[in-house]
Design a binder for this molecule. Sequence first.
Ligand code: DON
Length: 566
Amino acid sequence: MSRFTRHVAVSVSVLTAFLVAVSAGASTPQVTSGTGGMVVSVSAPASQVGVDVLKDGGTAVDAAVAVALAMQVTWPEAGNIGGGGFMMVHPGPHQAPVCIEYRETAPLAAGRNFFQPNDSTHTCKAVGVPGTLRGLELAHKKYGKLPWKRLVEPSVALARDGFVVDEGLAKSLNDVLHSLAPTGYEEFRRIYGKPDGTDWKAGDRLVQPELAVTMQLIADQGPEAFYSGTIAQQLVAEMKRGNGVITLDDLKRYEAKVRTPIHFRYRGFDIYGPPPPSSGGICLAEMMQMLETFDLRSKPRWSAENVHLQIEACRRAYLDRARYLGDSDFVSIPKFLTTPEHARELAKSIDPARATPSLELASDIPITTESSSTTHFSVVDGNGMAVSNTYTLENSYGSRVVVQGAGFLLNNEMGDFNWFSGVTTPTGRIGTEANLIAPGKRMLSSQTPVIVLKEGETRLVTGSPGGRTIINTVLCILMNVLEFEMDLETAVAQPRFHHQWLPDRVQIERSAEKKHAAMIEDLRQMGHTIRFVGHQGDVHSISRDPATGKLQGVADTRLSGSAQGF
Ligand code: DON
């Protein structure tokens, strides 16, 4: 369910070749460079909105706010005001990065026995209290320069006047429309279906008049319109129609938070990722500090030995994720998890020649026998402020519930909680205590927007969608660049792989199947179970050359996207 871009000014023939490449599962990232500012996202009109803000003298955070709002209009599968996420900000050279955390919360009426085994996540019940507008407001108050209204107006225009649908968006819309059950989802079909009932095609125009009214309210009244005004009333009315439990009180109480990032060092680089309620920063710290104990450069990147070590590091970090991680405002998270000592201990348990069965590692967790979509964008301005933002509705198009009259989708993030206490299965359901539902609690996330600094200056901004695969997608990019010294374009083009403790199998992008056939056979011999997938993640990244200040924007082409800079 996850997805993912050259400069917009590509010729038609180049664009066609690119689209053919995408459908064949190949990945040739799109690249552009500049020194004035850079925005890389999945959506070309949204990247354009960000670059316009930078050219108007806005900061990277101003641009990020405008891009996030524009993607509510131009990338509805994940761009949102009805969801939540994590924004890492590096305010400028030699300043400490911060995390603006705007994860959804459980409604006050939801407790640990909230879900029943057959509950669907495509219902109002699965909706968490949205955090996006409070998060963008907080980021803007701390680091913005341009007026709020200036940042919202482009999305009003995009919704009101419409915009040209590209191949990636047409595919995204057609996929979801074809997946819907024949009944229900009338509002969804009315808002996102092509008016004549045929499939969307590149070149069509998507106009969203109700959303234009909603965005105008947010431009004029600020986020208050969403948390206590007209939009709040509309959202609660939708809850009543669909047996959801979010109340006006839930919305009024929602707060975004400034949190201290998880920080660790790797080969002299300072890496900053989001802290709980994301598991991304902690898992990345564990995995990379484990991997740093091995001499990886003595073997090629795609040797079975190196891939095996990375898989084993993932397995161990994801077990700690299941065992310990949840909302740190509700559960205490052990401090040792991110220490180099803990990583060294875990690394010692790795057999360099054999896969460790996941269940052997987890004697303290009772295992029962019971049988994407997010988006990331990166922004850097000419003064060295950097933003790494991942936000989500959870599944592609979230709960599929559109707030009637307001034209926007609600998340189904409640699905990220552990639903059933004590029920941890080999198939990947987790029932450990730390991430059980409680009123007002934030559900555990895997979103991993990352900023890498060296000597106080931004070197790399990256992140991805992809649910639990996110952390491993980011790990692949960081290892490719920081350990194996690939340029960013090459790093993004490499096949990706994922192991999440349970289920006990390695997921590898199909592009590796022929290219690295011998390595894959060696992994099997070591005891790994392999499963191939079409693509993993959608990484929109920026690197910065410290000597020249040159920014390179690299957009992943696994979905669609756009790197724009000047
Ligand atoms: O926060 C999380 O970890 C998930 N809700 C992210 C979901 C996701 O990335 C879906 N697919 N692209």
